[in-house]
Design a binder for this molecule. Structure first.
Ligand code: ATP
Length: 497
């Protein structure tokens, strides 16, 4: 992760927000390359999910909506995480990410140990227990630790559990609910009647706009309403770079089906679709898996939720959630607004509330996944046998921020430069391309490898003296071949879509 974070900073993909003021925790800025990469991910999704399908329409709803939307959706009452304070250090932890274990020697609890969730929480707590026993010179047999998180702590245990901030017991508070929505005020008054929320998800926009979309008559069941946009959550512990931040971007789609339709079939359809789509933008199958939420942990209205998981360097984590939500959301809005959220069934001549399947994903999480999966360091030998390291970002041409780098072989030969500039201008009308004339050609290739540019073209003397063709160098294989402008344009048209 550190290597990727430093590449992102060095090459202008992602910066800490407001860095000149020391940054603000949980907020990030996308630099020139990052903004392109993110836009490409969003555009690919929009093209595949909305434009290329006949059964999905797109909308763009406002970020601040009527506060009743969030009462109806259940967010005002229930969009909470359990929070634990450390009174000594003033640090806050998510209770379900703070683990502890009693240290049991000869059947007796002698102390407690704690650790924040990591890839090896169990081992960390076992080691902590062994260290504690050794340091306090406690005699007897240490039992293997049994770990729990703070939401499972008994009231009498809380005072004995050490804070991960100080290592000392006595400063942790019992878990309490913390609502993650950011509040603001709309209008000049700052009283309770003016409270509004920054949306914590884009999904409610689709439910709130269900009726106007149906009334404008462009849709017939089954159909979807999709949107992309910023969401805000006051996460207690933003972490893992852009994986969990407080301002992030979502791409969500609500797929409405007949109440008698086979929801499980549609659920499966969308899980497969989402996985295939992730592969189409270059994520390897080997890093993807599925996690079915256990029935007992589902909300009462939920029929099933499956997450597509991705193997990040910090562990296997949720990337995309596909939830079968029944007709809960529309029913809630009907109840709270008094406006029927129904569709007329031509066959039965009855009105009913459709059910919904919701694939919900974060753009930032996809972006982090493609960086993690694409990053590679290779050792190469030159003709003299010297070993050289190559950093390469294997991004799919669909999403790579720069599609082609145009390089004149020499910058002091006006004929080469003029030809290269002309090609650059032609390509730039359709694609984000980069012109680079500085430095040895090998070094210029490497600069492009590091930012994921799939192709470099070099304009050399053969280009101007012979048939106008130029050298096309491929990022992954590093192989070079001669192509004409028409061949290059045809290849780009096929691979960048
Ligand atoms: P988590 O359990 O990781 O908090 P969630 O189950 O609450 O996520 P959803 O409400 O289902 O997430 O949101 C849908 C998608 O939005 C997630 O799959 C993820 O890709 C993205 N997402 C959610 N929270 C964040 C965040 N804090 N930062 C970045 N992306 C997020």
């Amino acid at each position: 992760m550190e290597t990727i974070v430093s590449l992102c900073k060095r090459r202008g993909f992602i910066f800490q927000s407001s860095e000149i003021y020391g940054g603000i925790n949980g907020f990030f800025d996308y630099g020139p390359l990052g903004a392109e990469l993110k836009k490409n991910i969003r555009d690919c999704w929009w093209n595949d999910m909305v434009r290329r399908r006949d059964d999905v329409v797109g909308i763009e709803s406002s970020i601040i909506m009527h506060p009743k939307v969030w009462q109806a959706s259940g967010h005002v009452a229930g969009f909470t995480d359990p929070l634990v304070d450390c009174k000594a250090s003033k640090q806050r932890f998510r209770a379900d990410q703070l683990f502890f274990a009693p240290v049991v020697v000869d059947g007796k609890t002698v102390a407690y140990v704690s650790a924040l969730e990591s890839e090896r929480t169990q081992e960390a707590l076992q080691e902590a227990a062994e260290t504690l026993k050794r340091k306090k010179a406690i005699q007897g047999k240490l039992e293997p630790v049994v770990i729990r998180d703070m939401t499972e702590a008994k009231p009498e245990e809380i005072d004995q559990i050490p804070s991960p901030a100080t290592g000392e017991p006595g400063s942790l508070t019992p878990p309490r609910s913390f609502n993650m929505m950011f509040e603001t005020y709309v209008g000049a008054l700052r009283d309770a009647s003016a409270v509004a929320y920054l949306r914590p998800e884009t999904a409610q926009g689709m439910f709130a706009d269900f009726k106007p979309v149906v009334d404008t008559g462009r849709v017939k069941l089954p159909f979807g309403i999709a949107q992309t946009g910023k969401s805000f959550r006051n996460e207690i512990t933003p972490r893992n770079f852009i994986f969990r931040s407080r301002e992030f971007e979502q791409m969500e789609m609500e797929f409405f089906i007949h109440e008698d339709d086979d929801w499980a079939k549609w659920h499966r359809h969308w899980i497969d679709w989402c996985k295939d789509w992730l592969k189409s933008i270059g994520l390897p199958d080997s890093h993807l898996s599925e996690y079915d939420h256990p029935k007992a942990k589902l909300a009462f209205y939920s029929k099933g939720t499956t997450d597509i998981m991705f193997r990040y360097p910090f562990g296997v984590q949720e990337l995309w959630g596909i939830a079968a939500r029944g007709n809960y959301d529309l029913k809630q809005h009907e109840q709270h607004s008094g406006v029927p959220q129904v569709i007329f069934d031509e066959v039965s001549k009855k009105k009913f509330t459709p059910h919904v399947i919701e694939p919900a994903v974060g753009v930032d999480r996809i972006l982090l996944a493609v960086l993690c999966a694409g990053y590679a360091e290779e050792e190469l030998k030159d003709e003299k046998g010297n070993v050289d390291k190559r950093v390469v970002l294997r991004l799919s041409p669909r999403i790579a921020p720069v599609k082609v780098a145009v390089l004149p072989l020499l910058k002091n030969k006006p004929e080469l430069v003029a030809k290269a500039e002309a090609l650059y201008r032609t390509l730039k009308r359709k694609y984000n391309v980069f012109y680079d004339e500085g430095g040895a050609i090998g070094r210029r290739y490497r600069r492009q490898d590091e930012i994921g540019t799939p192709w470099c073209v070099t304009i050399d003397f053969d280009t101007i003296e012979k048939d106008g063709s130029f050298t096309l160098r491929e990022r992954d294989s590093m192989q070079q071949r001669r192509v004409t402008e028409a061949e290059l344009l045809a290849m780009l048209d096929q691979q960048v879509y």
